[in-house]
Design a protein around this ligand. Structure first.
Ligand SMILES: Cc1cc2nc3c(=O)[nH]c(=O)nc-3n(C[C@H](O)[C@H](O)[C@H](O)COP(=O)(O)OP(=O)(O)OC[C@H]3O[C@@H](n4cnc5c(N)ncnc54)[C@H](O)[C@@H]3O)c2cc1C
Length: 412
């Protein structure tokens, strides 16, 4: 396949770049390693209460529906770059595409496979389509461990776990790396009780439970009366190697607290914070309004453990420097955005590193440090969905300029 641009990563950044390029008449092929598109945003709930909270989650569906009609945008899911070579201003990539393990035409959605699967999250149903996918990062069989429980129980024979791959050769004039971020792993902070204390979740998990409607089995609606949000988990924290603000977490917690209150009117939220970020447009206004809707405590909890009644109990030092212990029905850890290994072949040109393990020259410029290689999105540093979309517009215009120079035979 000959294409103008090869896009690596099918999160909101890669997808909106594909759309922006198609608007400029530039054809692209997008390679996504997961079996579905959308990256992290595909796990987010719409946070609208009576009014839109401008979380940006719906921008993904907008982008996907625009791309469905775009003629010059091709997409490969379940695919990774196996080898990469540059010759005469062209990039040649060999793509390996794993064939889908779920035959959707046969699947009748009986749910038996999810019941027998021993690993939580190995069978996925992202919001954007109702199809079932197997996560290659979590499925035991994909990780080389003997397990075929889902395939064996499926009465329709709709699951085929045997690995089948297809090779696709692509020649492109430019490459855009949009490989995204890694959410902070809250288990690195054992004192906050994640995965040890029942009722302690991350913002990402709460978002996903609210999206899929699986929140109520966790805690019946009438029992949810108090929720604590703990800010800056894996942000502004030199000890965790994340001595920066993740920019999105304050807005995320306020929107989630409002959504919980809207769905469960008796649910009161308390936000424990160090400092607020002011990156989002109108954040000061949002923060001012939120102070009338929820309680803000300027303190970082020292510890979260199971209290006497089994609920998570937060220990912190109050303003008067006295030790406080308060139990909540749920404690939500507001996790930050961390760098991610772009997972590219060794022959791929070395990408610039900016800081804290993120790639690109800084978190705005889209050049990757090698002619024809561009970088965009949250792999450059913490960004909101709208910032990623804006950056993809910048990347599309820079790529167009580059392709025009290549066509003119200019020295690069
Ligand atoms: C807890 C939490 C809540 C958030 N809530 C909000 C919110 O409410 N509003 C908001 O504006 N922002 C929010 N954000 C930020 C938002 O998630 C990011 O702005 C957005 O996901 C970045 O998109 P991206 O495409 O750059 O990266 P990602 O979403 O990480 O997508 C990257 C994609 O690239 C793919 N990929 C990676 N490597 C390869 C490879 N080598 N080959 C092929 N594919 C590859 C991945 O599988 C993935 O699909 C939140 C972040 C967190 C952590």
């Amino acid at each position: 396949m000959k294409k103008d641009v090869l896009i690596v990563g099918g999160g909101i950044t890669g997808l909106s770049l594909s759309w922006e390029l198609s608007c400029l008449g530039i054809n692209s092929i997008l390679v996504e390693k997961a079996p579905f598109l959308g990256g992290h945003v595909s796990q987010f709930a719409c946070k609208a209460t009576e009014t839109c909270q401008k979380c940006g989650a719906c921008l993904l569906e907008d982008c996907l529906s625009k791309l469905a009609g775009a003629e010059c945008s091709d997409i490969l899911v379940n695919s990774t770059i196996d080898s990469f070579r540059e010759a005469s201003r062209k990039f040649n990539a060999l793509i390996l595409q794993r064939q889908s393990q779920v035959i959707n035409e046969k699947c009748d959605d009986c749910g038996l496979c999810s019941k027998v699967c021993p690993v939580e999250g190995a069978l996925l149903r992202p919001s954007l389509d109702s199809r079932l996918y197997i996560s290659n990062n979590k499925c035991l069989k994909s990780l080389g461990i003997q397990c075929e429980a889902c395939a064996q129980i499926c009465p329709q024979g709709a699951i085929e776990l045997a690995e089948k791959t297809k090779e696709i050769k692509i020649e492109a004039s430019a490459v855009a790396v949009c490989t995204g971020f890694t959410p902070f792993d809250a288990s690195r902070k054992p004192r906050l009780g994640y995965q040890r204390v029942p009722g302690v979740l991350t913002t990402l998990e709460l978002d996903s439970l609210l999206r899929t409607g699986n929140f109520e089995p966790l805690l019946p609606a009438d029992e949810l009366k108090s929720v604590a949000f703990i800010q800056c988990v894996g942000s502004r924290d030199a000890k965790s190697g994340a001595n920066y603000c993740s920019r999105i977490c304050c807005g995320v917690s306020i929107r989630l607290a409002r959504l919980l209150k809207n769905k469960y009117p008796q649910a009161e939220s308390t936000i424990f914070y160090m400092d607020t970020q002011t990156f989002e447009r109108e954040f000061d206004k949002t923060f001012g309004q939120a102070q009338n809707e929820m309680t803000f405590v300027r303190a970082m909890p020292a510890e979260i453990r199971s209290g006497e009644d089994g609920r998570p109990e937060v220990t912190y030092h109050g303003n008067d420097d006295t030790k406080q212990k308060v139990a909540f029905d749920l404690v939500i850890l507001s996790i930050g955005i961390g760098p991610r290994d772009p997972d590219l072949p060794r022959s791929f040109p070395t990408l610039w590193n900016n800081r804290d393990g993120f790639i690109g020259s800084d978190d705005i410029d889209v050049s990757g440090g090698h002619p024809g290689i561009f970088v965009a999105g949250a792999n450059q540093g913490p960004k909101s969905i709208t910032d990623c979309v804006s950056q993809s517009i910048l990347a599309a215009s820079q790529i167009k300029k580059y392709l025009d120079r290549v066509k003119m035979g200019e020295q690069l």
